[in-house]
Design a protein around this ligand. Sequence first.
Ligand code: 4NP
Length: 151
Amino acid sequence: MKKILMVCLGNICRSPMAEGIVRKEFADNGIDIQIDSAGTAAYHVGEGADNRAQAELRKHGIDISDERAQKFIPTHFQEYDLIFAMDRENYADIIYQAQSDEEIAKVEMLMNMIEPGKNISVPDPYYGGDEGFKEVYRMIKKAAEVLVGRS
Ligand code: 4NP
């Protein structure tokens, strides 16, 4: 069973959304995976996902109310097969903690599922309005469909 980790900065907006969206996409297609999420920063450790993130996903039948933020730590490289970064800064922060080429090879920008090699970031919606969370949903949903299609 494939093990996937979604990573953003705070682990309260984009990566818990990615976790919920991708979990549902795989479940809807009858494929078992293990998925979790983490943040490169510790500001929100132990907190639930942002209310706006929860509200956006609820519209799509996804409940992430059980999510609690955790920090990305280097042992995650051993625990997961694939580590997806939401933006370029997350990617750089993760790679910086890798200790081998094998660990580096597990890390990919999530949006490269849709546009390989372009390194497009999922924009941080934290300081914006609800539209930002809608856009995050739309972007991640497309990536989730590609990911499932390849599995
Ligand atoms: P996330 O969004 O990385 O998508 O979870 C953020 C959440 C919190 C902060 C920044 C981004 N913050 O600065 O507290």
